[in-house]
Design a protein around this ligand. Structure first.
Ligand code: ADP
Length: 441
């Protein structure tokens, strides 16, 4: 059952998830805004340098025209034409770059008009030089119309630059705001994430502590209850023996039969209590193993003989011998064998045999117990070795608590061995385990 704090954990995770998603959204939009602002800042710089480039080219056209008037060299005439073309090109570029900004478009159309007028004046000067001669051309220069046109152009350019500088500042400010927002979002996100981690840690630890405590209490209860149950059972066993002795001479067969039944039940009860005690010892890590080299062939033979006396329906057949000693706790391995054998008999009510195979593989011995009973579906294979797990909970025809295989698994694990099952539903089951062969130094 979940504790009071345990109930909050899923809620906490939902809130944390919602928060992380919200946070991711804010971060995404902040980064997106920042990139857009940065692009706008770069764009403003480009417009400004384009205005500069256009004006410098116009000045180059002016210088080329003057050089031509003085020298009449074709080279200067060509330079003038190229520069004039370039000026138009720069103006076109600027038009495209400021297309979404009406104020700059308006300034640009004034700039284009005045620039074209200036270029026309320059061309007139060249024509005067070509048709009438140097003096006429020089006279035209002296009128000062060109200089005043250049001033007008410069004033429009200065307006445009001012506007772009204002835009640049506004965009840089906006960009700074986006950076600040991003920092704030990251800081808040970090703060909340740390908060959620701490609070989750707190809840999970509380839950874990409470579970450990209740697990501890459960184990203590099993241990105490098993000990308490053992005392009356032992007395019952002693008194039954005494009763049997007294009944013996009377030769009351019926009474002796009943006493035998009581003894069998006491035996079952004792082994159940021992299993429960083993579980609590295993949980507490207190199980003691007395390992020594022992003859596994002999142990299997003896155990099979004992178990054979408990069944009239099944024949227990041993196949193979290993002729090697294994290293382990003989009594505990005997318990493992009894567990597998009694399960094999219990879960194969319609069969009449169980096969026990012994074989050696490298430095290990493999013991397998095969029955021809109800089998186990694959999905249960791993789980049946866990505590209290039963593959057919709903099937009441096989009594049990689901602890035998858990104990078996734990015993073999403590012998550095492996346990596994090969089975399918309705196809019988083959349980196997390995043990290390004893080595002598
Ligand atoms: P129990 O037999 O008391 O339920 P175990 O731990 O010995 O407990 O076995 C766990 C489960 O594994 C059983 O409930 C049963 O479903 C399954 N099982 C064990 N041995 C066999 C077998 N030989 N054939 C079919 N099922 C088995």
């Amino acid at each position: 059952m979940k504790s009071y704090f345990g109930r909050f954990i899923p809620l906490l995770f939902i809130v944390a998830l919602a928060f992380i998603l919200g946070n991711a959204f804010i971060l995404f939009t902040s980064v997106h805004d920042l990139i857009t602002d940065e692009r706008l800042v770069v764009h403003t710089h480009e417009v400004l340098s384009e205005i500069d480039a256009g004006f410098s080219t116009l000045k180059e056209a002016e210088s080329a025209q003057r050089a031509y008037i003085i020298t009449t060299l074709d080279m200067y005439l060509q330079h003038f034409h190229v520069s004039s073309e370039l000026v138009s090109y720069h103006l076109k570029l600027l038009k495209n770059m400021t297309i979404d900004y009406p104020l700059q478009q308006k300034n640009l159309s004034i700039l284009t008009k005045k620039t074209n007028e200036r270029l026309a004046l320059l061309k007139n000067g060249i024509t005067a030089r070509q048709t009438t001669g140097f003096d006429a051309a020089a006279q035209m220069l002296e009128t000062g119309r060109g200089a005043s046109k250049m001033q007008e152009i410069q004033s429009v350019i200065s307006d445009m630059e001012k506007e772009e500088t204002r835009l640049l500042k506004a965009r840089a400010d906006q960009s700074q705001i986006s950076v600040d927002e991003l920092y704030s979002a990251i800081t808040i996100a970090l703060f909340f994430e740390i908060f959620f981690i701490l609070i989750s840690f707190f809840f999970i630890k509380r839950e874990f502590d409470q579970r450990t405590l209740s697990e501890q209490r459960k184990n203590d209860f099993i241990s105490i209850a098993s000990h308490e149950l053992k005392t009356p059972i032992t007395s019952m066993s002693v008194f039954t023996d005494l009763l049997k002795k007294r009944m013996g001479p009377l030769k009351d067969k019926q009474a002796i039969h009943y006493i035998q039944k009581i003894r069998e039940q006491i035996q079952k009860q004792t082994s159940l209590i021992n299993d429960l005690l083993d579980i609590s010892k295993m949980q507490a890590g207190k199980i003691d193993l007395h390992k020594e080299p022992f003859d596994i062939d002999k142990l299997v033979k003896e155990t099979v003989e004992v178990v054979q006396t408990t069944t009239k329906t099944h024949k227990l057949i041993i196949k193979g011998r290993v002729r090697n000693k294994v290293f382990g706790d003989k009594q505990r391995i005997g318990q493992v064998l009894i567990n597998f054998l009694s399960n094999a008999i219990k879960y194969s009510p319609k069969a009449n045999r169980v096969i026990i195979t012994l074989k050696k593989e490298r430095r290990t011995v493999i013991v397998s117990i095969q029955d021809f009973g109800i089998g186990i579906a694959r999905k249960h294979h791993k789980k049946i070795f866990t505590r209290f797990y039963r593959a057919r909970e709903e099937d009441q025809s096989f009594p049990g608590l689901g602890i035998g295989l858990y104990i078996t698994f734990e015993i073999i694990r403590r012998h550095e061995g492996k346990v596994w099952v090969e089975s399918a539903a309705g196809k019988g089951a083959k349980f196997a385990f390995t043990l290390p062969i004893a080595t002598y130094i």
